[in-house]
Write a protein that binds this ligand. Sequence first.
Ligand SMILES: Cc1cc2nc3c(=O)[nH]c(=O)nc-3n(C[C@H](O)[C@H](O)[C@H](O)COP(=O)(O)O)c2cc1C
Length: 385
Amino acid sequence: MAQPMLFEPISIRDVTLKNRVVVAPMHQYSAVKGFAQDWHLMNAGRYAAGGAGLVIMESTKVERRGCGTVGDLGIWDDAFIPGLKRCVEFIRKHNSVPGIQLGHSGRKARRFRPWEGGAPLTPDGIDDWDQWELVSSSAKNSPETDPTPRALTRDEIPQMIERWGQAARRAHEAGFDVLDIHAAHGYLIHQFLSPFSNLRNDDYGGSELNRMRFCIEVVECVRTYWPASKPLFVRFSVEDDAGWGPDQSVALAKILKPKGVDVIDCSSGGMRGSPVVSAGPVTYGYQVPYAERLRRDADIMSMAVGLIVHADQAEQILQEGRADLIALARELLYNPNWPMDAAQKLGVDRQFGSVPPAQAYWLAKRAQSVKSVVPSTFMKGMNVD
Ligand SMILES: Cc1cc2nc3c(=O)[nH]c(=O)nc-3n(C[C@H](O)[C@H](O)[C@H](O)COP(=O)(O)O)c2cc1C
């Protein structure tokens, strides 16, 4: 294998990532009334200290109504900035780039947490229930047993778009360097994109371009607040198995690129349950074909995510030109030091330079002095002989 691309730095606008390993956004269900806690600092911090080039903090909600469940992070008020800034500073101090995803759950808001079953929440114990309204592109629920959301009126849409812009301003003030707009997984922006959920007959519904309009205007508004020096990513459900697919995603990416979007973060599903399996069975790298398609046909950088588990697997995706960045979620829950481990397996960073010196010293010493010891994670990957 040639020199590993996974550990080649990459520059996007004025931001340089030291490697191509990205921590995918992951809800922590741990905020208190939207405010970041010590948990968020520890969690983002361990991934930064584990050697990832970019840590994208979870879907952080642009308004109260957008919270998916109890414990979502918020960014709908300036009061949230200091708590987020604390995480940003820690990530940066450990030589990683701080990123954040902005989100709004729309009709999928106000639910029990996944391990509680994920059903619609009940008002018990929620002191601001009346403010936690379900809104969407249309008054359509799915499944039919779910509460019906209220369709945003034509007049409310500009205010909603401005909330994304204000959230971007706050993310910048908190010091984040990368922004990822959540337009996937059946949440609010996706509810405008997909004909399955968008039944509007004004200029935000109907034709494909009309359904894209909300997303496009969110990007335009975000870009007015998010500095030109900083990268902007958008996460798509490239295939939702409900009328929105790769052709539409390519068309939208082509519109968004000249408006300042740098990377399409290629996911899938969420409109009618997830994940979708159009790409084939859900197995290693099942969404990589989407990242490959967007990169090739929309001529835009892409980020692959979804069951990327092994270092050699990640490296092969990059070597084959199927994506520019590799994002991991659950494997990092299993091993927050995955980037350090991958660097060993791919034969770079023998001195463990990607982790804090106080750890690198001891790890390098062990590697040099105790030749018969291999780390516990050192099992075979996808293509290791
Ligand atoms: C605990 C957890 C929380 C997640 N939260 C988010 C989120 O906030 N935003 C998002 O776009 N995806 C979220 N995801 C999806 C991941 O970003 C990722 O796309 C998915 O888990 C597939 O990648 P993996 O196979 O590496 O886990 C979450 C996944 C997990 C496991």
